[in-house]
Design a protein around this ligand. Structure first.
Ligand SMILES: Cc1ncc(COP(=O)(O)O)c(C=O)c1O
Length: 437
């Protein structure tokens, strides 16, 4: 087995000497918020939560500073859909690096930026589309929120409890995931945000719709994750997204689909929202788009994007590195790979098979297995349980993320190319961990 589809090889304790030395340097140099968070987890779970330090990754494998090998079932926060360091992405980046590293963005763009814009517009679910490139998911959400203001003249936004759209100011204001993220900055956040209930079951849909505002006169946008990721892979019941789209149409508000996690094949379709029967007004992309490089995009129909008006001497929304050549080259290759390696079909088929197999396992303590393509959420019984299970899995060589507002969900989003043996090894390790008293 080569690095990429290999099984884990981990010696305890983790991190060992080399990793621990890096962690000490991290604690002495990084903003203390992250170190504090580890301490809090340690207090809550009684286990050490020092991180491993990544030094190499390939396919679904990650190697840490102590030489331990892991299987990454997170895709590095959903980024490595095509696998870490896909040889074709690396080749494209190297080729681009030999030619042009940086251009003059919106003023004098690179050829490869234009190619990426064209490709995204072709993929978009509108006959004619326009796109804006940026670096992070939060950037794409910011662009979408601004687009809604330009298109509707209204600044209010409807969002959902549990939603996660990024932590810069615009996205933070509409992220319902945790009050503690917003609290210190409340005075600097736009106040006109209405959080509605997210229905977890079909029986909750009516109640959720009743929590939408009665008066939409100030509401220019409704932003929704087609599947809530960080909140624990929470799928909207059938018909819910359609009802939202109808209400947006009736009330002259744009429906923004935050497909940063769910899009580009992760959920078995280019666009999860479209697969669920709606055409959103704006789509945000990020994470997997750059194949490992930071690239994001906000895409809308020509008509919606036209609301920005023609450029009048200077761009009123831009960034120094937006549409950078390296990221654009990597994104073009990533899109080619998703198409050429049939990753959308593979995500749909493999996700179904994996979820079915996990359900059939009858794992002790797993109350529910939710999934959309290769995005899975394993619902555990107790708050904070995902923290201890995640750590125990790490010790066995499997990287997964805790999710859910009560940290009671295991989030699984491996590279679509992960091997069967790696998935089977994970299931055996999870059974082992959950079987522990
Ligand atoms: C649905 C969704 N939107 C937005 C973001 C923010 O992306 P970024 O962290 O790149 O700013 C994330 C990140 O996890 C996400 O899952």
């Amino acid at each position: 087995m080569t690095l990429g589809d290999a099984l884990p090889a981990v010696r305890s304790p983790i991190p060992a000497a080399a990793g621990q030395a890096w962690v000490e340097r991290l604690a002495a140099s990084e903003c203390p918020a992250l170190t504090t968070r580890r301490k809090r987890r340690e207090e809550q779970t009684g286990a050490s939560h020092d991180p491993i330090v990544w030094v190499e990754a390939q396919g679904a494998n990650v190697v840490d500073a102590d030489g331990n090998r892991y299987v990454d079932l997170t895709s590095g926060f959903g980024v490595a859909l095509v696998g870490h360091r896909h040889p074709k992405v690396v080749e494209a980046v190297k080729r681009q690096a030999d030619r042009l590293l940086h251009a003059l963005g919106d003023l004098h763009p690179s050829d490869v930026k234009i190619e990426l814009l064209e490709r995204l517009c072709e993929l978009a679910p509108w006959p004619q589309a326009r796109a804006m490139l940026s670096l992070s998911g939060a950037d794409a959400v910011t662009a979408a929120l601004k687009t809604a203001v330009m298109a509707t003249g209204k600044t209010g936004v409807i969002a959902f409890e549990g939603s996660y759209h990024g932590l810069t100011y615009g996205p933070l204001a509409v992220s319902g995931f945790a009050e503690r993220f917003r609290k210190p900055f409340e005075a600097q956040l736009q106040p006109d945000v209405h959080f509605a209930m997210w229905p977890e079951r079909e029986a909750d849909v009516e109640a959720a719709l009743r929590t939408l505002p009665a008066d939409w006169s100030r509401m220019g946008a409704l932003i929704v994750e087609p599947v809530q990721g960080r909140a624990g892979v929470r799928l909207p019941p059938p018909g819910f997204l359609e009802a939202l789209k109808r209400l947006c149409e009736e009330n002259d508000a744009l429906l923004i689909a935050d497909e940063i996690f769910t899009g580009l094949g992760r959920c078995g379709a280019w666009w999860r929202s479209v697969d669920e029967g709606i055409t959103p007004d704006v789509i945000c992309l990020g994470k997997a788009l750059g194949g490992g490089l930071p690239v994001s995009a906000c895409i809308a129909s020509e008509e919606v994007m036209g609301a920005w008006g023609a450029s009048d001497r200077e761009a009123i929304h831009t960034g120094t590195f937006y549409g950078d050549p390296l990221g654009s080259a990597a994104a073009l290759t990533t899109i080619d790979l998703i198409e050429g390696e049939h990753l959308i079909e593979r995500a749909a088929d493999r996700g179904n098979a994996w979820a079915t197999a996990l359900r059939a396992e009858g794992l002790p303590g797993v109350l529910e297995v939710r999934h959309a393509g290769m995005m899975l959420g394993l619902q555990l019984g107790a708050p904070m349980q995902a923290l201890t299970v995640t750590h125990a899995l790490l010790e066995r060589g499997y990287l997964v993320l805790p999710a859910g507002m009560r940290a009671d969900v295991l989030q699984l989003a491996p590279p679509v190319t992960v091997s069967e043996a790696q998935l089977e090894g994970f299931t055996a390790s999870l059974r082992d961990v959950l079987g522990q008293p």
